[in-house]
Design a protein around this ligand. Structure first.
Ligand SMILES: Cc1cc2nc3c(=O)[nH]c(=O)nc-3n(C[C@H](O)[C@H](O)[C@H](O)COP(=O)(O)OP(=O)(O)OC[C@H]3O[C@@H](n4cnc5c(N)ncnc54)[C@H](O)[C@@H]3O)c2cc1C
Length: 591
């Protein structure tokens, strides 16, 4: 059956579990103005910020604002409408030979909402549960997924395949080369397996929401049910509103509402059971699916042998590893989190981001486990370390809520569209020096080298290097955002975009643009003995604790030069003044 939009329309009310309450959409804005690209769109294209192979040019500020004024429907609203209008049809679909769960960024069989629902449906119908994962090389390209992350996900699939096979559940993995063919191929696979029911957890990025909406309609029009549910956030996006019914744009009041909401709805922290064993005979009927192998990474996302040797031991994969890490962290280190989380030279954070990003652990499990260790048995009160750690996990939910309500942040626009008017620099040499960790600012260089070496960077350093790129170098923050996604093992669109928005002062609840980190002060405050710098910039290891933060201005220039360490590529005070006027001028220009 060719894949095109379904015609059938039926009434539906979205259940609470689906979180987002549909509202009446205004008609599509049709003014030509909204189709005009932003005046600086060519710069975004030339500098690889907007990938024109997959996406349209950078939109105008008025188009971004049209989402805020409900002139354009948000992709989540489009999805909810698709669910609403197909509800009746989906309800009438009769189970056939199997029920299917489609894994995406939820690579675990424990506490996985969609998987649990698919399992319940299969058991109710007395048919087998089949799991599937589609490797989409073009999605990796369009989403800038880093090779280290692709490797982590593919390794994880092997673990998942084994765990599921122990329950006689097959995990079928297939590569679909063109992303536009994914929906059609998924449909064909269901036909091949004689299945009428597909389940998946919602991904909140724009492409995915739009694709699911289209698939839901197509499936319903062809007597199949595609059910998508909230799982990745603890509180589903769309559930929290200010007193005046608006979406929160400031973290602190949002966080208070988030906690209160969970305390009032404790079921949000109930964990989902893993699936039960499949009925006898499934191995004979679906042998081919059990036999499939996990493909190699696409060539342009493949680690070299040397990289595999360095990176794989650093990042053990799979849900058992994730759970063991969480338990160990809660037993041994969470109590000191509030004291140590800002010290990059100290291993005081959980390093669970890689697991949360690939879904090898759920944020529900993380928060519930931490809460149960708290003497108050609540998210707040009790141990300072536990409270603070939970509040950091909450940032992850916050940025996903932001993405859903202000979807243009997923389309290369800043949260406040007028910040698109800043005249950024696209200095290639400066950008290369930043990427390679040779800016002459040791804390910045240490951080970038940590990222390049291990696909990870400490949170404090992420803020320092992001501020340095966007303010000291005045380079378009979206180039840094892209570089992070291309290199991080925990690359997550919403958190990365939120972090860059905060540090470059263009995001929701940001650091005000006139508060510019002084990299030297940050270095002295958070790496006072230079431990972190010594580890990642070994050519400075022999300098004193004072010299190491700024060798050329603290009498260690000769030593630094001899070791091949560069001089500062910009002078902070002058760069600060330049950034202040560029931000001010851009914001006030009204383009
Ligand atoms: C510029 C910039 C880019 C970032 N890009 C990403 C990214 O691509 N993916 C990502 O997961 N995080 C990102 N972060 C947030 C944060 O740096 C990492 O989540 C954190 O460093 C991961 O280490 P950890 O697991 O030891 O964190 P912990 O300190 O142990 O925190 C526990 C968990 O809480 C969540 N968390 C903590 N801080 C934040 C935060 N500020 N925003 C959102 N979630 C948070 C993460 O899931 C993390 O694993 C970014 C931050 C900045 C400033």
């Amino acid at each position: 059956m060719p894949f095109k939009g379904a015609k059938r329309k039926t009434a539906f009310s979205v259940d609470r579990a689906n979180g987002f309450q549909p509202k009446k959409l205004k008609h599509e804005a049709n003014g030509d103005d909204l189709r005009q690209p932003h005046p600086f769109a060519h710069e975004a294209e030339e500098n690889g910020i907007v990938l024109r192979r997959f996406y349209p040019p950078e939109m105008s500020n008025s188009r971004a604002l049209a989402y805020n004024s409900d002139q354009l429907p948000r992709p989540m609203e489009v999805l909810v409408k698709a669910l609403e209008e197909t509800a009746q049809a989906r309800k009438q679909v009769k189970p056939k030979d199997a029920v299917v769960h489609w894994f995406k960024m939820d690579l675990r069989h424990t506490d996985n909402r969609s998987l649990a629902l698919a399992n319940a449906k299969a058991k109710e119908a007395g048919v087998p549960l089949i799991c599937m994962y589609i490797v989409s090389p073009q999605d990796f390209e369009a989403h800038l997924t880093s090779p280290v992350r692709v490797d982590f996900m593919l390794r994880t699939l092997s673990v998942l395949k084994q765990d599921l096979a122990a329950l006689d559940i097959p995990l079928y993995v297939e590569t679909v080369h063109k992303r536009k063919h994914v929906p059609q191929r998924v449909f064909e696979l269901l036909e091949e397996w004689g299945s009428n029911h597909l389940f998946a957890n919602i991904e909140y990025e724009v492409d995915e929401l739009r694709r699911e909406a289209q698939m839901i309609r197509h499936f319903a029009a062809n007597n199949k049910s595609y059910e998508v549910v909230h799982d990745t956030c603890i509180v589903p996006p769309g559930e929290l509103h200010t007193g005046s019914g608006k979406q929160y744009a400031v973290y602190t009041p949002w966080y208070r509402a988030w906690m209160a909401h969970i305390h009032e709805n404790l079921d949000l922290l109930e964990l989902f059971d893993r699936p039960e064993r499949n009925p006898n005979g499934v191995r004979t009927k679906f042998q081919k699916l059990f036999d499939c192998s996990i493909p190699d990474a696409p060539e342009n996302k493949r680690l070299s042998d040397a990289e595999k040797k360095t990176l794989r031991p650093l990042w053990p994969c799979g849900e058992h590893e994730a759970m063991a890490r969480l338990e160990k962290y809660c037993d041994e280190a969470i109590g000191d989190y509030h004291n140590k989380r800002n010290i990059p030279g100290d291993d005081g954070t959980s390093r669970l981001s890689v697991h949360l990003a690939s879904g090898t652990i759920s944020s529900r499990t993380c928060v519930r486990t931490a809460r149960d260790r708290n003497k108050t048995k609540k998210l707040d009160g009790g141990h300072q370390g536990i409270q603070t750690w939970i509040s950091e996990i909450a940032w992850r939910d916050f940025y996903k809520h932001v993405l859903v309500h202000w979807p243009y942040v997923c389309m290369n626009k800043p949260f406040k569209p007028e910040y698109s008017n800043i005249q950024w620099s696209y200095d290639r040499d400066h950008f290369a020096a930043w990427c390679e960790g040779r800016t002459g600012y040791p804390i910045v260089d240490a951080a970038m080298r940590q990222l390049n070496h291990m696909g990870y960077m400490h949170n404090r350093c992420r803020m320092i290097v992001a501020s340095f790129l966007s303010k000291d170098l005045l380079i378009d923050w979206r180039m840094g955002e892209r570089y992070f996604m291309e290199h991080l093992i925990d690359g997550d669109f919403a958190s990365n975009n939120g972090g860059w928005g905060f540090s470059a002062s263009v995001g929701v609840d940001p650091q005000p643009y006139f508060r510019i980190f002084n990299p030297l002060l940050q270095s002295e405050k958070f790496d006072p003995n230079g431990d972190y710098i010594r580890k990642w910039v070994p050519e400075l290891a022999g300098l004193s604790n004072k010299e190491i933060h700024d060798p050329y201005n603290r009498g260690a220039g000769t030593k630094a030069k001899k070791q091949g360490y560069p001089k500062q590529i910009v002078e902070h005070r002058g760069a600060r003044e330049r950034a202040l006027s560029a931000y001010k001028e851009g914001i006030e220009s009204g383009r």
